[in-house]
Ligand binder design. Structure first.
Ligand code: SF4
Length: 329
């Protein structure tokens, strides 16, 4: 059996888990191609115009998988993975959104509902519908979920050591990674994994920053507990799971003297980001840390993005070196 995974949205966070889980049942995992202009254009054509870029991209990836001779396309409905927090409504309605946008996809959709308060999603009731599809028992599924969860936890450990999601996956595959040990400045890179890690959407922003000798910290490189603890009784956390992680990460990093500034990567048309973007900007004012918003859509040009990043990084480096000179004088 061949099951397709769209290389979009939450794929960038849970791919190691799903690959490990499916392959335990001899399922061949097929991933859609890397995002390109053509792929996004196909998604745009079938999606309502007012929706955010990541959803248009997701539809493009589903269309791409339809041409890959797969038996199913895995489209989970993410409702919640922690207590009293929810996913953005576009995630909750994703199977319907895709089903009504793309002709002929409904028969191929493999959908499960993710509820509960486990970050690894590995509750038996979440994945139970797979028993019929893969022809397996609940006992076999339970055992496989335990193994997949352990594998995903290992992946997360590498992320928390400062490796990017892609690097962590490569390390799990036995590859060696070398990091720049002498960065000139450190930036908090704030944004959803599907914006930061999609090389077309963010135009490889992490690679670009590293080439400029910048150390990058993203929310998944931080400890969950630190992010959760930053919301004291006085400061309210955010209602949406991943928006809360990003806002919490920003709050932790604002207090970190090692962090020289912030870049928030956000997609045009994102509702939750219009709230947390403003909150993070206000906090950065309070902490006197430079903050830049990069709002991306399907028309964003590479040279425009590169110029803005270079100017921001240059400004922070000059400021930092001037401060260091003053301290030495
Ligand atoms: S959080 Fe924002 S970018 Fe992500 S799916 Fe929801 S609206 Fe789109």
């Amino acid at each position: 059996m061949r099951v397709g995974l769209p290389r979009a949205l939450i794929y960038h966070y849970y791919y190691p888990l799903w690959k490990n889980l499916f392959e335990q049942f001899d399922v061949q995992v097929v991933i859609s191609d890397i995002t390109s202009k053509e792929l996004i254009q196909k998604g745009i054509k079938v999606t309502v115009p007012e929706i955010c870029l990541p959803i248009k991209a997701f539809n493009g990836h589903v269309i791409n998988l339809l041409s890959k001779n797969v038996d199913y396309i895995f489209i989970p409905r993410f409702v919640g993975i922690e207590s009293k927090k929810w996913f953005c409504p576009k995630f909750i309605g994703l199977p319907e959104l895709v089903g009504y946008s793309i002709d002929g996809v409904k028969d191929k959709m493999l959908t499960i509902d993710i509820h509960g308060n486990r970050e690894d999603t590995c509750l038996l009731e979440n994945y139970r519908p797979l028993c019929n599809v893969f022809n397996i028992t609940e006992k076999e599924l339970k055992k496989a979920l335990k193994k997949a969860s352990a594998y995903w936890q290992e992946f997360k450990q590498y992320c928390m050591k400062g490796f990017t999601i892609e690097e962590s996956m490569q390390i799990l595959n036995g590859e060696q990674m070398v990091s720049n040990t002498h960065p000139e400045i450190t930036l908090g890179l704030l944004g959803y994994v599907y914006n930061i890690y999609d090389p077309f959407v963010s135009m490889d922003i992490i690679k670009r920053l590293r080439q400029m000798d910048v150390k990058v910290i993203t929310f998944e490189m931080m400890h969950e507990k630190d992010i959760a603890n930053v919301f004291s009784k006085k400061s309210k956390s955010i209602y949406w799971t991943f928006s809360n992680k990003i806002y919490g990460a920003a709050k932790v990093l604002m207090n970190d003297p090692e962090v020289d500034g912030f870049i928030h990567v956000t997609a045009f048309g994102c509702g939750p980001d219009s709230i947390i973007g403003k909150l993070m900007e206000l906090d950065s004012d309070k902490f006197r840390k430079p903050f830049m918003t990069l709002r991306v859509d399907e028309h964003t040009g590479e040279s425009h993005l590169q110029t803005r990043i270079e100017a921001f990084v240059d400004m922070i480096k000059r400021k930092k070196f001037a401060e260091q000179r003053r301290e030495l004088a």
